[in-house]
Design a protein around this ligand. Structure first.
Ligand code: HAM
Length: 421
């Protein structure tokens, strides 16, 4: 037997309905906020991620699926979406369009990570980016769009945490200070942090190893190194969110795992999954597009981990997404098949989900099959019914049935389905 690749998943029905419902809601809410979908390649030149996400990050240094193509060019399965958006912005001259440009995307990302609950090697993200907007209003907008989406899914307990990384110049000063504070304890840091010391010292701040956590707990927060301008920016974001009654919590050790961020960074954590399982991450990246060879396009955005989001979906949303009005149509005898097919077509167009019996089961076996599928209603069309132009509509939950003219079936069935669930 051939098995799926480690870290990938089969999303089976009916679970796949949850995914479709989440994605449909995301596209509805984000397009409402003016974010139009961009569809990007899953493979990109490796250099794109090295130069954007950063060489010293875990993603680039150990998690990318990188391979040479047949001509020896180094390609990478995208580990995230922002770099591709920035590349597409430059390559397609999107700076010529009215600014800011609002884009959203969804689809699979790939990271070679250690498998655990909520951590996969192929996972899906839903993200939005606003490109060409420097002021705090853009940060407020993306977080408000995120919050609206989460509330629409029925979440009320998710926590948005926020930090200020300052500008890259502030960060250099901060890192020098951090190293000075940690130097006396350097040999007590974990092996990963020993490597981070030179490669990516900021990441020491969000190491999950308890020993490292304790050591960094007493260091000066990164936000304190921020310039006055960066402080004003993030304070305005905080104030704006407060006036919208969007609860945010300050997270002084939050640094994020990608190098392109500056000023505002934020994450969403679920009390259900714990602080270490982040459902959404984002922030401002004003220099990314210029660093990739474009002009200066200050930008901000986020990406939600869809696998994790689906795992903690509120029951109200789950139930609505999973419970679809379902009908079984049971033609009894060959002669009833054309009339049954016509009826199926009309039911589908009226919004029902129909399962048609096509294997020649007897009426009794057909009804058993329909109940097993979870259909609420069965429509029975036999030769006798055909001759008189009627059909039998049977409520499978109550066990009652009614004979009616075929033309009345669609209305009767949809009526019954709408009152269910
Ligand atoms: P990120 O924090 O690396 O940010 O990923 C965003 C979200 O993707 C995470 O919060 C998490 O929910 C999900 N995720 C990441 N890795 C995995 C995994 N191995 N398995 C399951 N879910 C995962 C970014 O990717 C940035 N591009 C976000 C962004 C957009 N910043 C600005 N714009």
């Amino acid at each position: 037997m051939i098995r799926k690749v480690k870290g990938t998943r089969d999303i089976l029905p009916p679970e796949s309905r949850l995914w479709n419902a989440v994605e449909g809601t995301a596209l509805r809410i984000f397009s409402g906020f003016g974010y139009d979908e961009i569809r990007l390649p899953l493979i990109e030149p490796t250099e794109l991620f090295v130069r954007s996400v950063g060489e010293g990050t875990d993603i680039v240094s150990k998690e990318m699926y990188t391979f040479p193509d047949r001509k020896g060019r180094s390609l990478t399965l995208r580990p995230e979406g922002t770099a591709g958006v920035a590349r597409a912005f430059i390559e397609n001259g999107l700076g010529q369009r009215p600014q800011p440009l609002r884009l959203c995307y969804l689809g699979p990302m790939f990271r070679y990570e250690k498998m655990q609950r909520g951590r996969y090697r192929q996972f899906a993200q839903i993200g939005i980016e606003i490109l060409g907007a420097a002021g705090p209003a853009a940060d407020i907008e993306v977080i408000a769009a995120l919050h609206t989406f989460l509330v629409e899914l029925g979440f009320h307990d998710l926590v948005i945490v926020l930090n200020n990384l300052g500008d890259p110049e502030d960060r250099e000063r901060f890192i020098a200070g951090l190293k000075a504070e940690l130097r006396p304890h350097r040999d007590r840091l974990c092996a990963d942090c020993q490597r981070r010391w030179d490669a990516n010292p900021l990441r020491i701040l969000d190491c999950k190893v308890p020993g490292c956590r304790k050591l960094v707990a007493d260091t000066t927060p990164v936000a304190e190194a921020a310039s006055d301008e960066a402080r004003r920016h993030v304070t305005a974001v905080e104030t704006g969110l407060a006036s919208l009654e969007i609860p945010v919590r300050w997270a002084p050790r939050l640094v994020r795992g990608l190098d392109y961020y500056l000023r505002t960074v934020f994450e969403v954590v679920s009390p259900q999954l714990g602080e270490d399982t982040v459902i959404c991450g984002g922030g401002r990246y004003d220099r990314l597009i210029a660093d990739l060879g474009g002009s200066s396009v200050p930008s901000v955005g986020f990406a939600i981990g869809e696998d994790r989001l689906v795992e903690v979906l509120p029951t109200s949303f789950r139930d609505r997404a999973l419970c679809r009005p379902e009908v079984a149509v049971l033609p009894v005898g060959e002669a009833a098949v054309p009339a049954a097919t016509r009826l199926v077509r009309d039911l589908v167009l009226a919004g029902a989900t129909v399962h048609t019996e096509v294997t020649g089961r007897s009426l009794k076996a057909g009804l058993k099959w329909a109940s097993k599928l979870g259909a609420a209603v069965a429509v029975i069309l036999g030769e006798e019914e055909l001759a008189t132009g009627v059909a039998v509509v049977r409520d499978l939950t109550r066990g009652e049935q009614e004979t009616m003219p075929v033309e009345s079936v669609v209305a009767a069935v949809t009526d019954r389905l709408c009152t269910r669930g």
